[in-house]
Design a protein around this ligand. Sequence first.
Ligand code: BTN
Length: 327
Amino acid sequence: MTKYKVLKILKSAKGEYVSGEKISNEIGLSRMAISTAVKSLRNDGYEIESITNKGYLLKNNPDILNIVEISENLQYKRDNIIVLESIDSTNNYLKENYNTLPNKTIVVSDEQTMGKGRRGKRFESPKGTGIYLSYLFKPECTPSDVSSVSALAAIATKKAIDLTCNTNVSIKWVNDLVLNGKKITGILTEMSVEAESGHIEYLIVGIGINVNQKQNDFPDELKDIAGSIFSQTGIKTKRAIITAKLIEELDKLANSEFKVNKDLLKEYKNSCISLNKAVRVVCGNENYEAFATDINEDFSLKIKLSTGAEKNVSSGEVSVRGLYGYV
Ligand code: BTN
């Protein structure tokens, strides 16, 4: 897109004016087209000064999610990143288009109008303050080989947030990320398997991160449960910086073909706030209290029932006593 070519030139001028003529020569488009691109960038939130006989000057670096901002924060050149202004759901986008999209395609949106959460719930996805990202995997393996992907995605997301926001985020089994008792991230993994062959058609990991919302921005019913990195730390972080780190961590995960090792399991256990706590398990028609004692090698949760019997839980919702209003 022309406006992003213009943006790259303005950014590389590092605080100097660039003449309209120079930009138009570099891109090979008319001065008029450059002026239209500048208008559109201003609309997006960039402050661009223009002075006759001097040219254009980029005066700020706002929190905007676009391909230029994400790419300049990535440590390597990466294709197949689609950045949208608005979409119903980034997971749905990949589900609808997976046939024609290459493996490891990423779609990021500035807002979602129908963001999906687990168990048919909605994921609040307001414009301009969060990251809504989905990653398409087309792995050449069986579903059992990727059974740990949800937990591994939680570790990858925790790393991306901790490294860029200087936090120490906790994991609530299996993949909610929690900061100071508030849920700041949700992950929804969706998969389609061909019944006859067991071949995975797609595996989509969708990650929603509340980055810069104020606590008051959350709807009343979520205020006690949800928070954002900003509401919990008081520090605003540019979403493009977190997004780039998240892409790097998810790429590492894809390249390792979801292999679990002792270090990853240890990392997960060290951050897991569900461990050694009283929990409530809701799975299908079952709803019972137990005590979480360990995380197994496949990331299932080991629990002890009041009868003393032990059990492993690998799906369902597990509330932790003392968290999200569960007493
Ligand atoms: C949950 O905690 O219930 C899971 C929330 C997952 C939200 C993300 S945002 C990006 C992707 N697109 C969606 O529609 N949902 C996931």
